[in-house]
Design a protein. Structure first.
Length: 713
């Protein structure tokens, strides 16, 4: 067997597993934190910090003078990871799936809870996987995987940075295969088991590599000069760099160069977070939409380090400026999302190309990767945690685009003295700065225009909330609640119309018809609502009725509570109302049966219904809280991108419930088109609303769902 075979297996399989486990765990804990898009952004930061820790471990090992010590310590880490997986296999439902006792409680910080949960679940195995690529590349540069008879050819066998591209290729396979192959075909329990078997195979390959390193008689610096890339990507070749000696190589391995590497890694990572937020806030927080920007990001890494010559500075800089300016345009959402991904690709190629061209000699490889990982974690954390504290709206996408333009402009400007075309370099830098200024001005103007109509704006872990007042053409004064970019309710502020049901809840909607039918059946009514919005359903309440709203976001609850609420449906409605703050599923699991006549699911994260609220297990919880078999469950499934009607119907049938779909079109300025699915154990409770719905979709469960298959065609 070739000595390079364990190297290739450990690097590619390790990278694949590294990304598979990120999706698997984030998918597992997503329902525990309300299905918020921030679950992925927080998880991504935690994983990048763990990646940084893995790179730091590899850098520390590489500084040891004895490869035997390096190999021994790495082998010990691999075995510790195997021990953690084995222990979890015994104690948990699956080797990487925490038990229900790990679910968060109401007063815990979501960010801290996610961090503790992820580190406790996969910290040691993840650290092992993260340290693999830089350490093995260092051993490769030292000739560990070349037979002693062939050590004279080490310098000709290719750059160790090629294995970085191989690592990224393995990562790309891992992230593409999860939403497209793994998630649709395996539930979470089986995913965890298969991942663990993959980890055992990786551990075997890594231990073989460690054995070869520990028994290698070389000094560890046999090919310290390999791994540089003299091709600058603009057709010129720098001299004095190929050997890894001289002032040029020293400069590329110094502290200033490492700081620049961190910045060049931080900006694309920040843009990755911003683009992911842009996608998930309007569609759904699901692995497929986590994968798209991450795949683009990784592809730029692969191309930059494998073929830096195809990352020409000037064309990419011009394309980035154009993409940044086009982002100002507010066209169709689908086009805007494609444009965002394309712009991120251009920014990644440009900045990662600069990063690859500045790669130091192989003897400084682990320090270089440490700087790259630090930059990636810092840039990602800055957007994930800093943006919610700084901005009341989601404007980090244009902000990170400006950062990309400015960073590239400064790099181009700083290189003008060493370029054969200084005038062109200067003009290019000036053009990038001009594009950054225009984009900054446009973003500021848009923010000011939005602020003119905004009476309240806030942001939390669960998203952005904005209250907007406006006048309609017929003179009505209307107040809107905007979550992300989606309308979550409207109230007419004219005194004689304040209790008029509007938007998705008007009398002709599915929920409006359900409330009318229940009024004729029983009095008083007990109604439980998962998702508050602005409390419009309180408009249907009567004296003696009781409505309980369960709302996960405290900032939304505050808008309908207190002595001077922004929305007054709860305060002015005749029914008794109360608000319980918490995730709907978790609250209902902890409550005794509430004996409701109607349970309404109207929970949205921007435009998306959290997946865990429309699963078979969720319906079981809802039915447990109904008064009897005649009780109704109403699920609001309106969505611009996903067809959730079939999913809700199929899931209802799997639970033995009869379903009717009610579609309502928008006909007035105060109405919005809506899709509601009404469910009941007793068919007679829903058949008066229309024909019984059928579906060929596969029912969703807590361990299996496929939002990609529910996309609208």
């Amino acid at each position: 067997m070739s000595r390079a075979a364990p190297l290739a297996c450990a690097i590619t399989l390790g990278a694949c597993l590294l990304f598979q486990i990120q999706f698997l765990l984030a998918r597992q804990i997503l329902p525990w934190f309300g299905g918020s898009p921030a679950v992925w952004s927080t998880s991504l930061v935690v994983f990048q910090v763990l990646l940084l820790a893995g790179y730091a471990w590899a850098h520390g090992l590489a500084r040891l003078p004895s490869k035997r010590w390096q190999a021994g310590l790495q082998a010990a880490l691999v075995i510790a990871g195997l021990g953690v997986v084995a222990w979890h296999t015994i104690m948990w439902p699956s080797p990487v799936m925490p038990g229900a006792n790990w679910k968060p409680v109401a007063d815990q910080s979501p960010i801290a809870s996610i961090a503790v949960l992820l580190v406790a679940t996969i910290g040691v195995p993840f650290l092992t996987l993260a340290s693999t690529s830089p350490l093995l590349q260092r051993w490769h540069a030292a000739g560990v995987f070349t037979r002693r008879a062939d050590t004279s050819t080490v310098g000709r066998t290719g750059s160790p940075y090629r294995w970085y591209a191989a690592s990224n290729a393995g990562s790309l396979v891992g992230l593409l295969s999860y939403p497209l192959v793994v998630e649709p075909n395996l539930d979470l329990l089986r995913q965890g088991r298969w991942w663990s078997l993959g980890y055992v195979a990786f551990a075997a390959a890594m231990l073989a590599c460690a054995w070869m390193a520990g028994t290698d008689p070389g000094t560890g610096h046999r090919a310290a000069g390999t791994g540089t890339r003299p091709d600058t990507g603009d057709g010129t070749v720098r001299t004095g760099e190929q050997s890894g000696t001289g002032s040029a190589a020293d400069a590329r391995g110094g502290a200033a160069a490492m700081a620049l590497a961190a910045v060049l890694a931080a900006v694309p990572a920040a843009l990755l977070q911003a683009t992911t937020t842009l996608l998930t806030q309007d569609i759904a927080a699901v692995p497929f939409l986590w994968m798209l920007p991450l795949a683009v990001y990784l592809l730029t890494f692969i191309v930059a380090f494998e073929r830096p010559a195809v990352c020409p500075r000037a064309p990419l800089a011009i394309a980035l400026a154009i993409g940044g300016l086009l982002s100002i345009w507010r066209g169709p959402a689908g086009v805007a999302l494609v444009l965002a991904l394309a712009t991120m690709a251009v920014a990644g190629l440009a900045l990662h190309g600069e990063l690859a061209r500045r790669a130091p000699p192989a003897d400084r490889l682990t320090r270089y990767y440490l700087a790259v990982a630090a930059g990636g974690a810092g840039g990602s954390a800055l957007v994930a945690f800093g943006a919610p504290l700084t901005f009341a709206r989601v404007i980090e996408y244009p902000v990170t685009l400006v950062a990309a333009l400015v960073t590239l402009a400064l790099v181009v400007w700083s290189d003008r003295h060493t370029s054969s075309h200084p005038q062109k370099q200067r003009l290019l830098a000036q053009g990038l700065m001009l594009a950054a200024l225009v984009l900054t001005a446009a973003t500021d103007i848009e923010s000011r225009l939005v602020a003119m109509q905004t009476t309240h704006a806030s942001r939390s872990f669960f998203g952005t909330v904005r209250v907007r007042d406006l006048r309609t053409a017929d003179g009505a004064h209307i107040r809107h609640l905007i979550h992300g970019t989606t309308l979550h309710g409207m109230q007419i502020l004219d005194d004689n119309r304040r209790l008029e049901p509007t938007a998705y809840f008007r009398p002709t909607s599915g929920i409006g018809r359900a409330m009318a039918a229940l009024r004729a059946r029983r009095e008083p009514l007990r109604v439980v609502v998962v998702g508050l919005g602005i409390g419009t359903l309180a408009a249907y309440g009567r004296e003696g009725d009781r409505l309980t709203f369960i709302e996960i976001d405290p900032q939304v609850a505050a808008l309908s509570a207190g002595p001077s609420p922004a929305f007054t449906f709860l305060r002015q409605g005749p029914a008794t109302t109360d608000i319980v703050v918490g995730d709907g599923r978790l609250v209902l699991e902890q409550q005794p049966p509430l004996h409701a006549d109607l349970l309404v699911v109207d929970a949205f994260s921007s435009d998306a219904v959290p997946v865990h609220l429309i699963t078979v297990e969720a319906l079981g919880q809802y039915e447990r809280h109904l008064r009897d078999a005649r009780g109704l469950i109403a699920i609001h499934v309106s969505n611009r991108y996903l067809d959730l009607v079939d999913v809700a119907v199929a899931t209802a049938h799997a639970h033995g419930l009869t379903a009717v779909h009610i579609e309502d079109a928008a006909t007035t300025l105060t109405s919005r088109a809506s899709d509601w699915v009404l469910l009941a154990r007793d068919p007679a409770s829903v058949t008066p609303f229309g024909a019984v719905a059928s579906s060929n979709a596969h029912p969703w469960t807590d361990t299996w769902s496929a939002p990609w298959q529910a996309r609208k065609r």
